[in-house]
Design a protein around this ligand. Structure first.
Ligand code: TXA
Ligand code: MG
Length: 311
């Protein structure tokens, strides 16, 4: 039976909490994408997440908390890491820190690592749910592993409706791209995943940001995988569509769908996954306009490059 899709009220949040406490799975809206939430302290609930997403168990999950103070209890934060957290939480930033021995996030959620990815989301429904639950919730994006992340409740219902217990409908996600992931363990921050908090904004709080993946530095395990994959073939940096292609446009172009006719990168990020899904339903080939690499454009181009990668 497909999971109910409910508009959150206090009764619905109480129902969601009861499901989570009994080890069930609840899809919740966040400001980035919809997440598939489970009790981070319950290994069986966490195992169900890996199972329904068909996610490799070496790929750890992000633990979500209601308040920064609750996150600070789970991991070791240097003063600089705390400053970064306080600057952007609640919001679309995930910090990787060393777990404290008493962390309540179970080993399986951390993929057995000594580190922990933590985030305090800004979406009011996610905050209500986390506040009412009272502990960390792991929440990967609510899509089958490797596929396009969901930015609307109906995306979750289509992809995972039979696999979850409840879907909370919080409307379209405002940011539209997953959180920026930063390794905050060292003397300088390391960017593990691009997102809508740009490198420049991080560096304005904690200078010296470097990118993971070079010189043998680690990246997030999840970044090594094929991701955001539509069924259609993507051709990037296209000026116009060939006769057999749809055009996913940006700026003043004649397009099948346009990420942002006015060339606004935040609008394009918010539309990206929903428009890729829409075009993927009707076309086998999608051409995509060039997206300027500045600011948020880097995170959008990162997702497009992964979606276009057939290997
Ligand atoms: O915006 C988001 O972050 C969304 C919403 C639902 O909060 N969640 C999300 O989760 O994108 P997921 O599981 O799709 O991506 C988590 C990323 C993966 O690339 C994973 O490898 C990385 O975070 N990650 C988790 N724990 C880590 C750790 N200890 N060290 C390095 N990377 C880690
Ligand atoms: Mg994901």
């Amino acid at each position: 039976m497909p999971a109910p899709v409910l508009t959150p009220s206090s009764d619905v949040i109480a129902k969601a909490v009861a499901i989570l406490r009994s080890g069930g799975l609840v899809a919740m809206p966040t400001e980035t994408v919809y997440g598939l939430a489970a009790d981070a302290a319950n290994p069986e609930a966490v195992a169900a997440i890996y199972r329904v997403k068909e996610r490799p168990v070496f790929n750890p999950l992000i633990a979500h908390l209601a308040f920064p103070e609750a996150a600070f209890e789970q991991g070791h934060f240097s003063p600089a890491a705390k400053a970064l957290a306080n600057a952007f939480w609640p919001g679309p930033l995930t910090l990787v820190v060393n777990a404290v021995p008493a962390t309540t996030v179970c080993d399986l959620a951390r993929a057995g690592l000594d580190t922990l990815a933590l985030r305090v989301p800004a979406h009011p429904v996610a905050r209500d749910l986390l506040g009412a639950f009272g502990g960390p919730l792991v929440a990967p994006s609510a899509n089958p592993s490797g596929r396009i992340s969901p930015t609307r409740a109906e995306h979750v219902a289509t992809d995972m409706g039979e696999l979850v217990d409840l879907i909370l409908d919080g409307g379209p996600c405002q940011e539209g791209l997953e959180s920026t992931v930063v390794d905050a363990r060292g003397d300088a921050p390391v960017l593990l995943r691009q997102g809508t908090i740009t490198p420049g904004r991080i560096a304005s709080v904690w200078p010296g940001l470097t990118e993971g993946g070079q010189d043998g530095r680690p990246v997030s395990p999840g970044q090594l995988l094929r991701h955001y994959a539509p069924d259609a073939t993507l051709r990037l940096n296209a000026d116009k569509a060939a006769p057999n292609e749809a055009l996913l446009g940006f700026g003043a172009v004649d397009a099948t769908l346009n990420l942002s006719p006015s060339g606004d990168l935040a609008e394009a990020a918010a539309n990206l996954f929903a428009m890729l899904r829409d075009l993927d339903r009707s076309y086998d080939r999608i051409a995509v306009s060039p997206i300027p690499p500045e600011g948020l454009g880097a995170a959008i181009n990162d997702r497009l490059a992964r979606a276009a990668n057939r290997s």
